[in-house]
Design a protein around this ligand. Structure first.
Ligand SMILES: *[C@@H]1O[C@H](CO)[C@@H](O)[C@H](O)[C@H]1NC(C)=O
Ligand SMILES: *[C@@H]1O[C@H](CO)[C@@H](O)[C@H](O)[C@H]1NC(C)=O
Ligand SMILES: *[C@@H]1O[C@H](CO)[C@@H](O)[C@H](O)[C@H]1NC(C)=O
Ligand SMILES: *[C@@H]1O[C@H](CO)[C@@H](O)[C@H](O)[C@H]1NC(C)=O
Ligand SMILES: *[C@@H]1O[C@H](CO)[C@@H](O)[C@H](O)[C@H]1NC(C)=O
Length: 277
């Protein structure tokens, strides 16, 4: 507003006026008043000038501050963008790593699965082997533990006069461990594989023949005939047989047929025992 030039011009004007006034009017109270007013104005102007300068300085500082702020802001902004870009790039890298990790994880998982499959196959195989070994061992133990008692003795022939090739039925079981012998049919059925001994004792009626066979599954293992004489005759016969479960063993008449005798002194019997498994 009030530049230095203007102030100089104003002072010059005041000096000019004062010269003119002093020449025309030597003494006047209003002059003093104007002079004072003018000087006051000048002082005011100078003060204003200073004020303005301070304002300008302030503005300048403010502008600088704004400029600095702008610079900083841009810098900050750039920094922010840099960081975002870095973050994105890093995220990108991380994504790659992530995908690699996923791949790695997948590979590991596949391998683990394969390993597991192979392991379980191996486990299954060894388990099967072990189980069959264990079963074998149990069998060995069972054998070592001893032969179970399979034994019977039967007496009391159902019929004393029997035609040829007929099963003899001994109706009374003295003992029948393992329940192999059937008192109704006279047949012994093997409950276990093993080696058996069978024996029979038969007595003839006076002057009568007895013809006999010890039969395993329809095959006569031993046979014989005792011919009649004036007294009773008794005879025994036996077999040892290696038999399997469900094999059937009985005594029957041979092609001759038989007439038996029995009392407390002549007892007809059929017996059997498992010797060894
Ligand atoms: C990505 O993996 C590479 C190699 O394993 C490693 O050097 C890099 O630091 C990883 N990057 C990140 C962001 O994890
Ligand atoms: C990670 O994956 C990238 C792209 O899929 C591939 O180029 C780089 O070889 C992989 N790095 C590793 C260590 O597997
Ligand atoms: C998976 O198994 C293959 C073949 O055995 C092997 O080459 C690979 O390194 C394994 N991968 C991992 C991640 O263990
Ligand atoms: C099989 O038996 C062996 C020893 O006889 C043992 O070391 C192994 O763990 C067993 N395996 C299984 C699957 O039972
Ligand atoms: C009995 O012996 C037969 C022939 O050796 C065999 O096949 C079968 O498994 C045996 N049975 C038992 C219960 O041991």
């Amino acid at each position: 507003m009030w530049s230095q030039d203007n102030v100089v011009r104003l002072i010059f004007l005041i000096l000019l006026m004062s010269k003119r006034v002093s020449s025309k009017e030597p003494q006047c109270s209003s002059f003093h008043y104007e002079e004072q007013l003018l000087s006051k104005m000048i002082r005011m102007e100078i003060a204003m000038e200073q004020q303005q300068k301070r304002v300008n300085d302030a503005l300048e500082k403010m502008s600088q501050t704004i400029e600095l702020f702008k610079t900083n802001a841009i810098e900050k902004e750039n920094q922010m963008f840099d960081r975002i870009r870095d973050a994105l790039e890093s995220a990108d890298t991380k994504m790659v790593n992530f995908s690699n990790r996923t791949q790695l994880l997948e590979d590991n998982l596949k391998n683990a699965t394969n390993d597991f499959a192979q392991d379980s196959k191996l486990l299954s195989t060894t388990l099967t082997q072990n189980v069959s070994e264990a079963i074998g061992y149990l069998h060995t133990l069972e054998e070592k533990a001893g032969t179970p008692t399979i034994a019977f003795e039967a007496k009391s022939l159902k019929d004393l006069s029997v035609s040829s090739n007929i099963h003899l039925v001994f109706t009374e079981a003295v003992f029948n461990h393992g329940n192999g012998y059937d008192v109704r049919t006279g047949v012994f059925t093997c409950p276990l594989n093993g080696t058996y001994l069978f024996t029979s004792h038969l007595c003839s009626a006076t002057s009568k023949n007895i013809g006999f066979s010890l039969v395993v599954d329809d095959t006569a293992h031993t046979s014989g005939t005792v011919y009649g004489s004036s007294t009773n005759h008794c005879t025994s016969f036996d077999i040892i047989a290696v038999l399997q479960v469900a094999s059937r063993v009985w005594v029957q008449t041979n092609s001759y047929g038989s007439n038996f005798y029995q009392d407390s002194n002549m007892v007809n019997t059929f017996s059997g025992v498992l010797l060894h498994r």
